[in-house]
Ligand binder design. Structure first.
Ligand code: BTN
Length: 264
């Protein structure tokens, strides 16, 4: 169901505002297949089948932010990862703006945003490869931010938080206002990325990153690796150092950081 818009996003965004949908990523993919333009943004108040990375569920009750952006650009598939860093930077910036000064807002590889060490946001990217080329036809970048509530995480799971749990009240808790700030930051990040490349995006991300240079556990679909998060490579891959092994480039997976000092 479509609702009257309570939000004016700057051009060239095309806003599709929904009360409820299965998943904004699924809806954005349907629209992309029908030819929806670059920077179509699908925003829903709730999702009935919100999805996270690696097939996980993303609990999507009313009160949090759920949206997906369609990007149409004739770029190589490998730059997909770079765009997820543009998005993570935009989320971290927007969250920092509404949190009390001094709040620790960090990013964790590949594109999670943490507040005081707990996950507040996740990003799910899905792409349609172009026929006969190592390029994508379109890319859907889905972002969820816990505003009013966050899921209760089972023992051993990565802790979650929300803006409300961090004591953010009043205007800062306005989902539309948060989306407005975030969408503008994302647009600025995409412009930087298009004009200057990944370098400034990578540096911005690294300034807020947790876990770089320290021990990490990387969980891949078929194996779990222990090592040192040695560096972030020029495309955003995690360079994993392991004693007695050549360096390994990790382009997708879950990262666990055993002890994270709370400093930037
Ligand atoms: C993660 O597992 O960390 C990624 C979570 C991504 C959730 C967002 S909410 C908006 C968009 N629609 C979805 O179904 N998923 C993404």
């Amino acid at each position: 169901m479509t609702t009257a818009s309570s939000l004016q996003l700057p051009s060239p965004y095309v806003l599709v505002e929904l009360e409820c949908v299965d998943s904004t990523n699924a809806e954005a993919k349907r629209l992309a297949e029908q030819g929806a333009p670059d920077l179509t943004l699908v925003w829903a108040k709730r999702q009935t089948a919100g999805r996270g990375r690696r097939g996980r569920e993303w609990v999507s009750v009313e009160g949090n932010l759920y949206f997906s952006i369609i990007l149409r650009m004739p770029y190589a598939m490998r730059v997909m990862t770079q765009l997820s860093f543009v998005a993570a930077n935009a989320v971290a910036d927007a969250v920092q703006v509404v949190c009390p000064s001094g709040t620790f807002v960090n990013v964790k590889w590949p594109n999670d945003v943490l507040v005081e060490g707990a996950k507040i946001s996740g990003i799910l990217m899905e792409a349609q490869p172009a026929f006969e080329a190592d390029q994508f036809e379109w890319l859907v970048l889905g972002i969820g931010v816990n505003v009013a509530t966050h899921p209760v995480v089972e023992d051993g799971g990565f802790p979650a938080t929300s803006l409300a749990a961090q004591g953010v009240l009043g205007e800062g808790l306005d989902v539309a206002l948060l989306l407005d700030t975030l969408a503008k930051r994302f647009l600025a990040g995409v412009a930087t990325w298009r004009n200057l490349g990944f370098g400034p995006i990578r540096r911005h991300w690294l300034a807020r990153a947790r876990g770089v240079g320290g021990p990490v556990t990387v969980r891949l679909p078929n194996e779990t690796l222990e090592g040192i998060f040695g560096a972030l490579d020029e495309d955003g891959a995690l360079v994993l150092h392991r004693d007695g092994h050549p360096n390994r480039l990790i382009t997708a997976g879950d990262v666990f950081i055993p002890s994270i000092p709370r400093e930037l």
